[in-house]
Design a protein around this ligand. Sequence first.
Ligand SMILES: N[C@@H](CCC(=O)N[C@@H](CS)C(=O)NCC(=O)O)C(=O)O
Length: 204
Amino acid sequence: MKLYHFPSPNPQKITFALAELGLECELIAVDLRNGEQRRPQFLAMNPFGRVPVLVDGDLTLWDSHAILCYLGDKSGKLWSTTAAGRADALRWLFFLAAHISPSATDLAFNRIAVRLLGIAGDEEAIARGEKALPGVIGILESQLANGKWMLGNEFSLVDCGYTPVLNVIEKAGFSYRSFPKVQGYLDACRSRPAWQKTPKLPGL
Ligand SMILES: N[C@@H](CCC(=O)N[C@@H](CS)C(=O)NCC(=O)O)C(=O)O
């Protein structure tokens, strides 16, 4: 397998998952700071011009959550073998994509990425993200009353999806002080050896 990536949250879901699963994969860097994601060769793989992209034989797959599902099915690890278990995993991945990632992007892009790109942050987007986050993080706080990990007592690929996003939200200045279970969960995820091996940008 080959993974086109940059050490930002969406590709980190996959580099974290690969390390947890112990899967061999060639990592190919796409430098977002230089616009490499908009080169024709890259757009031929992902017309959306974003990382991560996984190539496995004839399969070229973009979208981090689709890739997590694929790695779960392919490896049979950290992924339920029952329809109900997979639906539960998908429910939390869809929740992450639809309701947490947009606010994470509002904060992280405008407080962190702008520094790398040398452009001004959008204060309205920051305010929008700060306003939306407590409600959705509160949903995670309730869910984590059911067990140590997002799906209960077993670590899963869903946790590989959540870790980089919750991490960057915190690095972008949002405090989990009112959400102790989320804080404890994030600390437990970040203390895993696979997360230590996951490529990161300096300070993130
Ligand atoms: N829904 C996509 C989002 C991917 C995404 O936004 N990736 C960012 C890096 S974290 C990116 O490639 N940004 C480049 C750009 O917007 O030009 C996924 O989950 O893979």
